[in-house]
Design a protein around this ligand. Structure first.
Ligand code: KG4
Ligand code: ZN
Length: 339
């Protein structure tokens, strides 16, 4: 089954052709990072305009690099939620017009389900059930992935996302955007035990996350940080460790609670070196396999969107005709709306 995936929820215009949900024939990503860098974050209006310019050439390149003609496709998949509404609308409108003109069915994909499916691209043998930590720029949660099209929410952040915690400190330190990779790099060689931060816990024994207190503590301490490279490295390493400590703490508590037999991670923060090393080491000690998607599939891409769509397409759970034309983009996560 050949699926063309399209992703435009934030600052990457991406298209990919994936066979059988696991084999990537092409993956093209036009990143807007350089454009947004001077503003210290994504400017929604600029993002939407750039998607409009890039969507057609990016899709054309994805088809050409895969050596696949539009008529050989079985379906089109597109991220429809959550994300920046102006950005999402570009991908959704293009996908609708493209699919409708060719008489192809369309599978709407929740962006976070795409992140989870990135694991199938790096580990074609992986099958549900497994526990998945989803850590991106706008979202942090733990889900029990019970099947290819089903999952149960175990925990979520009560304030900031893990990626936001990285981005906000990096911004305060003048390390640039996006902040996660900058802190990851700066923390290398730093001593993570120099600064101690408190780990948030909720009295109701929930496994939810919280990162806003950590951010506040860190910003307060910045004023007294000596201005030298070693102090900056230690500070970034300590802050990163505090984030990783909290993520790992909740993951292993959730594994115990759910009696999970395998763990996977997903989303941009899953590219973080310290997080990957910690979870792998813990998993090795506990005898629980930990699946790490390759870094290129952790950050936003369209191959993961096509991978997530494949099981739905196999079951004929797609949109055609009037239903296809009625698809709308949603800024908010439909799963959270339902709670
Ligand atoms: O999944 P993603 O590409 O986009 C969203 O759906 O949000 O995630 C972007 C987030 C940003 O907050 C970025 O700083 C973070 O992932 N990120 C990292 C690393 N690479 C990307 N955070 C920590 N370490 C990294 N190596
Ligand atoms: Zn994402």
């Amino acid at each position: 089954m050949l699926i063309l995936g399209i992703e435009s929820s934030c600052d990457e215009t991406a298209a990919a052709v994936v066979a059988d949900g696991r084999h990537v024939l092409s993956s093209v990503i036009h990143s807007q990072i350089d454009m947004h860098r001077e503003f210290g974050g994504v400017v929604p209006e600029l993002a939407a305009r750039s998607h409009v310019e890039q969507i057609e050439p990016v899709v054309a390149r994805a088809l050409a690099e895969a050596g696949v003609g539009p008529r050989q496709l079985d379906a089109v998949a597109v991220t429809y939620a959550p994300g920046l509404i102006g950005a999402l609308l570009v991908g959704v409108s293009f996908a609708k017009a493209f699919a409708d003109a060719l008489g192809l069915p369309l599978v709407p994909v929740r962006h976070l389900d795409g992140h989870v499916a990135a694991n199938y691209l790096s580990h074609p043998g992986l099958e549900p059930p497994f526990l998945c930590l989803i850590v991106s720029g706008g979202h942090t949660s733990i889900e029990m992935v019970t099947g290819y099209t089903s999952s149960r929410s175990i925990a979520r952040t009560r304030d900031d996302a893990a990626g936001e915690a990285f981005d906000k400190l990096a911004r305060a330190l003048g390390l640039g955007y996006p902040g996660g990779p900058a802190i990851d790099r700066t923390a290398r060689g730093g001593n993570p035990d120099v600064h101690r931060f408190t780990m948030p816990r909720f009295s109701d024994s929930s496994l939810d996350f919280s990162f806003s207190g950590l951010k506040t503590q860190a910003l307060q301490r910045l004023a007294s940080l000596p201005e030298d490279g070693a102090a900056l490295r230690d500070f970034c390493a300590s802050y990163q460790q505090a984030i990783v400590d909290q993520l790992a703490d909740r993951v292993w508590a959730a594994v115990h609670q759910e009696e999970a037999r395998a763990v996977a991670i997903a989303g941009g923060v899953a590219a973080n070196r310290a997080l990957r090393e910690r979870l792998s080491a813990d998993g090795g000690r506990l005898g629980i396999p930990v699946y790490l998607p390759e870094a290129r599939w952790c950050t936003d891409n369209a191959a993961m969107i096509a991978a997530a769509a494949c099981p739905y397409a196999r079951e004929g759970r797609w949109l055609e005709g009037a239903e296809l034309r009625a698809l709308d983009a949603l800024a908010r996560d439909p799963e959270e709306e339902a709670v």
